[in-house]
Design a protein around this ligand. Structure first.
Ligand SMILES: NC(=O)c1ccc[n+]([C@@H]2O[C@H](COP(=O)([O-])OP(=O)(O)OC[C@H]3O[C@@H](n4cnc5c(N)ncnc54)[C@H](OP(=O)(O)O)[C@@H]3O)[C@@H](O)[C@H]2O)c1
Length: 258
């Protein structure tokens, strides 16, 4: 039987790379996103190595999620590998975020992965593996990126809990990509940001290699390792430091996407 993988947010960035990396390893791809044209582009790239189907769905919409899950189950059952990659990152001052942005951040980043996981894992033949694409923003609070940080922290807790609950049945792999070139980070240009962005295809290839090698977690040794470690060891002083550098943080997360 051919291996299959469902990748959310497969029309761009790291998700497009994950789809390609899986296609190169012989997986049949189920590509999910909102933008039909971008998904068709990913499907065309994937077709050099394997086969793909496109599912257009807004993961923030519970009805659309339900339709997606039913369509996938009706076509061939649950995918062998479920890759939770889609994300929304409405950064900037918290009080300027709209209700729609708040809802989308939690729905896409946390509710959708929880919903898809529970429905597919209850199928007669459940997935054998799950990859959760997290972020270092799940490892320490990021002021001015609070909705992303809070929803990814929730996703991290869910993934770590499922690593235990699913042990012996399905493998759960946590991925913490470095700062990467993509639509999500457009506007995070060097100057305000201390580092260069990684290439999305290279990051995706490393995530899939790590999963295929049986690793439970993959992270990069980048600049965010330091604040993550500092927060874990000394949360009080870390919060004091965040307050001291509040203006700098606000500048870093200023919207420069115009
Ligand atoms: N780039 C980085 O520096 C970085 C660092 C750490 C972690 N990550 C994580 O890597 C993952 C991929 O991000 P990326 O950097 O590759 O950015 P990206 O290219 O913007 O990818 C995000 C994807 O999510 C999809 N998406 C957003 N809202 C959706 C919705 N409501 N319904 C369905 N799909 C939706 C988008 O597709 P449509 O617009 O077609 O719907 C898009 O393909 C995310 O989980 C992100 O948190 C990225």
């Amino acid at each position: 039987m051919q291996k299959s993988a469902l990748v959310t947010g497969a029309g761009s960035g790291i998700g497009r790379g994950l789809a390609l990396a899986l296609a190169r390893r012989g997986y049949h791809l189920l590509l999910v996103g909102r933008d039909q044209t971008r998904l068709a582009g990913s499907a065309a790239e994937v077709s050099v190595f394997s086969t793909a189907e496109v599912f257009c769905a807004d993961l923030a919409d519970p009805l659309a999620r339900s339709r997606l899950i039913e369509a996938v189950l009706a076509r061939g059952g649950a995918p062998m590998l479920l890759v939770h990659n889609a994300a929304a990152m409405p950064y900037g001052d918290f009080i300027q975020r709209s209700s729609a942005e708040i809802e989308a951040a939690f729905a896409v980043n946390l509710l959708a992965p929880a919903d898809l996981t529970s429905r597919f894992c209850a199928a007669p033949v459940p997935p054998q593996g799950l990859i959760f694409v997290l972020s270092t923003a799940a490892r320490f609070p990021q002021p001015y990126n609070s909705l992303y940080s809070a929803s990814k922290s929730g996703l991290r807790a869910l993934a770590e809990a499922l690593q235990v609950e699913f042990a012996g049945r399905a493998r759960v792999c946590l991925a913490y990509p470095p700062l990467t070139e993509s639509a999500l980070t457009r506007g995070f240009e060097s100057g305000a940001w201390p580092v260069r962005k990684a290439d999305a295809l290279t990051v995706a290839e490393r995530i899939i290699s790590a999963y295929e090698a049986g690793r439970d977690e993959i992270s990069w040794f980048d600049w965010e390792v330091l604040p993550s470690l500092f927060y874990r060891l000394a949360p009080g002083p870390f919060r004091w430091l965040l307050k001291a550098y509040r203006q700098k943080l606000q500048d870093m997360f200023k919207d420069r996407r115009a």
